[in-house]
Every structure is written in structure tokens, then in C-alpha cells.
Ligand binder design. Structure first.
Ligand code: F6R
Length: 329
């Protein structure tokens, strides 16, 4: 993994075109009588589940659930389909869900670059998409997303042709300038991203990018829930908190902007609707904020690629009871 993190983000256009052209689901996806869909994954892999949840919110009549934990709810039973995503293929939470899914007789597909998950999928005849190795999970976002879209297409749930036709937005020269402008705004503050439920995955992605790349505490809030609690917190005065509104033009996000300014807070409004295609907006702004967080890391003199604390957490988890899964079975 010798590639520079910035280079990885800069290659997103080429990577996406490659994934659309070359990725395919290996093995046959069982799609008969689909009663529900659940997407399991953590962190940079799990975000794909959030995006799919929001994408399908008003597009399919089967329930869609994201799982960021070791266990599936008790009511997920035969008839449900599980997409398990782990870039490394070694994330304990996701491995636990996969083992449990097989025990419950659920149908699955796996998205990974390698690791135990790939080995397990091969051993059990689970259909899989193998994505390119050598990236960090968060920088492999387009690869993981496109792989998941390929599975949705196999399941006859969604066709992403419009998104694929729009990928050129990722080669836009203006991205660096917009990213620098955002990192300049955030520098020296704790960034709070505010958006609506539909764009929650983008808000979460931005928060995670500033956590992992810039090594900053960052939070995400969504309307309408924001208006029922978080709004009151902004009555306080803080020297280092700034709001970034990921604004798709809805009245309520314009209200948030005016409201926060009226309480004297520094607010950056980012108009995120560059297309009427949801996934296009998600990928474009994920690239902008990814680069922005790397720029801020470099400016702050921290290594954007290293995530030492995640490694420590994973080491701790390996010694926990939850690590005693029978992955050889
Ligand atoms: C993002 C990152 C983490 C991982 C997470 C799960 O770059 O490093 O958020 O995505 O720890 O690991 P994977 O994605 O390998 O399942």
C-alpha cells in the first residue's frame, strides 16, 4: 500500500470507469422471492450500505436495512438477502454477520478485495465481487459502491446507468479549488456537518473523512431531527465549532443556515445538487471532501493515511469474546 492517499482520490474517475467495465459478480445471485435486503459493513465499507439505503428509500418496496454491528436483528430470516462489504475482508463485525447469515439460511453476496471474507465466500460458494487491492477502504469508495450496484442489478433492484453515464464529473478540474476552500474554512475548528436524511450518507462520509484523514473530531446532524434537539445546542457560544451545511436546496436547510448565522455561528453553505442523480452528487462531493480532508491533514502536519487508533481497536477486538467465531466451518 505504497500509494499516496491523495493520488488514490485523484484517480477516482479512472477507477470508476474500470470498475463499471470490469467488475462482475462471480457466481449466481439467488434472487427468488426477495423479502428484504440487508447490507452489512463497517466504516469506509459500511458507508456503501448507507448510500444504498437512501438510494432505494423511494425506489423499492422491499425493506432495506443497514447493519453496523456483529448481529442481525432476530426478524431477519430466510427470504432476506445479505450484501456483506469489507474492503480488507477481515473486519470482525462483518465476518460475524456473514457466519450468522449462513447459519440462518440467508442468501448472500460478498464484496471485498481479499482476506478471510474472500476465502470464506469461495469455500461456501457465495457469490462475490472482488475489488482491486492496494487502497485504503475509504479511498476505495467508488470501487465498493460500483461493486454493490452490480449486485443490486443482478437482484433486479436497481440499474445505475444514469450514474455510470455521469462519472465524468469526477474528472472536473475545479474539484481541488473547491476542496481547498473547504479545508481553509474548517482549519482550526471542529466541523459539524448538517444535512437532511436523504444526504445523511454524504454527511457521515464527510465526518468520517475528517476523523480519519485530518485526525479531527467531527460530527454529523440531520434535519428534521436536528430541529428537535441539536438546534438548542447552537444557542451556546463556542470558539472552535463551525457548521458546514450540505444543502440540496431544501427550504429547511436554508432555514438552518439562517438560524445558525442569527446565533453568530460561522457557517459554510455547500450547494450539493450538481445533478438530479443522487449517486452522482454523492460521489462528486465524496471526492471533494476526501481531498479537502487530506489537504487539511497535510496542512496540520499529520499523516492522512495512517489510522493508528482503528488498528488498536481492531487488535483489542481480536482478543474479545466476539472474535471466537468459527470461520473455518
Ligand atoms: C476507512 C477505514 C475504516 C475501515 C473499517 C472497516 O478507510 O480504514 O473505516 O473501512 O475499519 O474495515 P474494512 O473496510 O476493511 O472492512
Amino acid at each position: 500500500m505504497t500509494q499516496d492517499l491523495m493520488d488514490m482520490y485523484l484517480k477516482w474517475y479512472e477507477l470508476s470507469i474500470h470498475a463499471v467495465k470490469d467488475y462482475k459478480v462471480e457466481g449466481k445471485v439467488a434472487k427468488e422471492a426477495l423479502e428484504g435486503l440487508t447490507i452489512s459493513g463497517m466504516g469506509g465499507s459500511g458507508i456503501v450500505g448507507d448510500v444504498i439505503y437512501s438510494l432505494l428509500y423511494d425506489k423499492t418496496n422491499i425493506p432495506v436495512l443497514t447493519i453496523k454491528d456483529h448481529k442481525l436483528p432476530i426478524w431477519v430470516r430466510k427470504g432476506w438477502f445479505v450484501i456483506a462489504i469489507s474492503y480488507s475482508g477481515n473486519t470482525l463485525e462483518t465476518l460475524n454477520v456473514v457466519v450468522e447469515s449462513l447459519k440462518r439460511g440467508l442468501k448472500l453476496a460478498v464484496i471485498t478485495s481479499d482476506g478471510k471474507l474472500l476465502e470464506y465466500a469461495r469455500r461456501h460458494g457465495i457469490p462475490f465481487v472482488k475489488v482491486d487491492e492496494g487502497y485504503v477502504p475509504r479511498a476505495a469508495f467508488p470501487l465498493l459502491l460500483i461493486a454493490a450496484l452490480k449486485v443490486l442489478e443482478e437482484l433486479d433492484i436497481y440499474k445505475a446507468s444514469k450514474f455510470y453515464g455521469n462519472l465524468r464529473v469526477l474528472s472536473d478540474d475545479g474539484i481541488i479549488k473547491i476542496a481547498e476552500d473547504i479545508s481553509g474554512f474548517i482549519d482550526g475548528s471542529i466541523p459539524i456537518f448538517i444535512t437532511n436524511s436523504k444526504y445523511y450518507p454524504l454527511g457521515l462520509r464527510c465526518k468520517n473523512e475528517f476523523n480519519e484523514n485530518a485526525k479531527l473530531i467531527s460530527k454529523v446532524e440531520v434535519v428534521p431531527e436536528w430541529g428537535h434537539n441539536d438546534i438548542v445546542g447552537w444557542e451556546g457560544r463556542y470558539s472552535n465549532v463551525k457548521a458546514i451545511i450540505l444543502n440540496d436546496g431544501s427550504d429547511v436547510l436554508n432555514y438552518v443556515r439562517h438560524h445558525l448565522r442569527s446565533y453568530g455561528h460561522e457557517v459554510k453553505n455547500v450547494a450539493i445538487k450538481i445533478s438530479d442523480d443522487y449517486l452522482t452528487n454523492i460521489i462528486y462531493w465524496s471526492k471533494v471532501f476526501g481531498i479537502s480532508s487530506v489537504k487539511l491533514a497535510l496542512f496540520r502536519g499529520v499523516d492522512p493515511k495512517k489510522t493508528e487508533s482503528i488498528n488498536k481497536y481492531k487488535e483489542f477486538m481480536k482478543r474479545s469474546k466476539l472474535a471466537r467465531i468459527n470461520f473455518r466451518g
